[in-house]
Design a binder for this molecule. Structure first.
Ligand code: FFO
Ligand code: ATP
Length: 197
């Protein structure tokens, strides 16, 4: 009997999943009081301390829309003398890098309207906190779909990648393509998922 080929994720599945997850995240965040959002941001920052303490440089992100507020975690790293950096994108087809940035420094909108540190120095973080659109318990992720993080992670296999998301962004199984890079761990407002730090 012929063995069926391994199933490949249908790109439309990923697109439909992104649409659904954006709506789920928006509904969840819109029902939350700003004080609770701030409380969750502090709780996640505290949950990240053990891993941040191991880092020379932590790469975060400047949250957009309903992404999890990660700046308190970067502030905490900076206050411990750890270098902090944000992603920097120049073109859809060019690799993303990270540039140094200190919490509190105002960001101007750059490429694609992204708030990013155009004046910072290129740096390779040894720990990155990655914004997720969706995740599963096998530590697979789905992002915006441009492949910036997949490409960065395959080029920097020594860096530890911790996904950051609201708990409602969990799905039973993320469709995985050959190039998808799994996470080392995931942190939500509810828990740490992955090996103990
Ligand atoms: N907060 C945050 N920063 C982040 C990301 C993220 O997900 N969240 N990224 C995660 O990857 C990177 C930027 N990701 C991007 C993903 C898609 C497109 C994009 O599709 N751009 C359109 C043009 C949009 C426009 O011009 O307004 C395009 O190329 O067609 C741009 C950036 C780096 N910084
Ligand atoms: N290592 C790589 N080298 C070249 N292209 C890559 C690499 N990794 C991913 N890509 C490309 O990037 C795109 C990523 O698509 P995918 O649907 O997996 O997005 P995603 O994981 O949600 O994106 P992101 O990594 O930006 O969060 C695909 O078109 C893929 O071909």
């Amino acid at each position: 009997m012929a063995v069926p080929p391994p199933s490949r994720p249908d790109p439309m599945n990923k697109a439909a999943l992104r649409t659904r997850l954006r709506a789920t995240r928006a509904a969840f965040v819109s029902h939350m009081h700003p004080d609770d959002i701030a409380r969750h941001a502090m709780a996640v920052a505290a949950r990240l301390i053990p891993i941040l303490q191991t880092a020379r440089c932590v790469g975060g992100y400047a949250p957009l829309g309903n992404e999890f507020p990660i700046l308190p975690a970067l502030e905490q790293a900076a206050s411990r003398g750890i270098a902090t950096a944000l992603p920097h994108v120049t073109h859809r087809d060019r690799p993303m890098d990270f540039r140094t940035w200190t919490p509190g420094t105002v960001l101007e909108k750059g490429c694609f309207g992204l708030p990013q540190p155009d004046t910072g120095l290129p740096i390779v973080p040894d720990v990155i906190l990655t914004p997720l659109l969706g995740f599963d318990r096998a530590l697979q992720r789905i992002g915006q779909g441009a492949g910036f993080y997949d490409r960065w992670l395959s080029a920097h296999p020594a860096s530890i990648c911790v996904g950051i998301a609201w708990s409602v962004q969990e799905v039973p199984q993320i469709p995985v393509d050959a190039w998808d890079m799994p996470l080392h761990a995931i942190v939500t407002e509810k828990e740490w998922i992955g090996p103990s730090s």
